[in-house]
Design a protein around this ligand. Sequence first.
Ligand SMILES: *[C@@H]1O[C@H](CO)[C@@H](O)[C@H](O)[C@H]1NC(C)=O
Ligand SMILES: *[C@@H]1O[C@H](CO)[C@@H](O)[C@H](O)[C@H]1NC(C)=O
Length: 164
Amino acid sequence: MKSIISLITVFAGLTTATPVPAPQTDTTAAGPYHISGFFASKAHLSSYCRFEFNITGPTLSGPVSCSAYLDTGFSGATWLAYVYQGVGNCNSDAVTWTFWHPRGAETDRNDAVFNVTVDGVKGTYVVPKEDIFVNLNDEGNPFDNDVSYAGPREFDITDFPVEE
Ligand SMILES: *[C@@H]1O[C@H](CO)[C@@H](O)[C@H](O)[C@H]1NC(C)=O
Ligand SMILES: *[C@@H]1O[C@H](CO)[C@@H](O)[C@H](O)[C@H]1NC(C)=O
């Protein structure tokens, strides 16, 4: 009998605790964009960079795969290739992206900016310079430098700049 009463009490408690839906305070049109498998690397002894990632977002019906394969112009580059608007590929027309890693001297590393636009809404993500690994390999050979992204492969883009 005691267990039945306590069961009823628990049940009553659950009923009264039914949450009233909180008002939506979403201030962005879309997002966050979830990035997974992010890869960016300049091949050894080559000037070419490969980029790959998958993205999911609130307006996308499923994951979209994106990639790019681009020339930095120099096998001794200490920066990743500039993925300008229009050269990044995705298997959905809803998604476009850019990646800009400013060139710096060997000792002067820079942050990179990764922008992803989904259905016309641009999200932006700063890749800290600490997450871009540069290896000069052979100090005597200026044509043999490796550059690769070494940060988390999975992250969210939550910054949606309002264009002026
Ligand atoms: C993207 O997702 C597909 C399907 O799950 C998977 O095969 C592919 O390896 C992923 N790409 C990356 C860069 O993680
Ligand atoms: C990425 O977005 C930022 C913020 O809006 C902008 O300043 C920058 O020019 C964009 N980068 C590219 C390559 O378009």
